[in-house]
Design a protein around this ligand. Sequence first.
Ligand code: PNS
Length: 163
Amino acid sequence: MPLAIYPGSFDPLTKGHLDLINRGSRLFGRIIVAVLVNADKAPLFSVDERLEMVRHATGNIANVEVDSFSGLLVHYAARKGANVLLRGLRTISDYEIEREMDAINRRLRPEIETVCLMATEPYLHVSSRRVKEIAALGGDVSSFIPDFISERLRAKLQGKDLI
Ligand code: PNS
């Protein structure tokens, strides 16, 4: 059973990401959730905070590991001995982004295969970006992210760090 890398910004982890990790963990022997150290984007949560949240949320799934990476994803995957990238597809715009990234990654490292799982109904329109926007404007994000992440997000938006 192959090793799959599930890369992303996870700023923060959503229930949609968790659904994908759970489903992927039944398809692959091992999954490494790889948190991007965003050098050019300015994430709300630090890489350590994002790692801690993903670890906490996935601690009950035996074949899931959590790590961070910077630089090219294909180089990271090669270091880990992985040829499979796991990604989620929600909408047509996701498809176009994934199509492009797959083409680039394949050109850089032809043995790489990207496996996309369709987002399932309750998570079709969940994104970290929207979650942050809704929370910043005082909306309820409890159906989009785990409760402990809602608390971290509330604290972060009030300028307080809980970890
Ligand atoms: O959660 P995101 O922001 O959709 O994840 C995007 C990610 C991390 C998969 C992508 O930005 C990425 O692979 N970044 C690493 C840099 C890289 O390898 N770029 C070339 C391939 S497009």
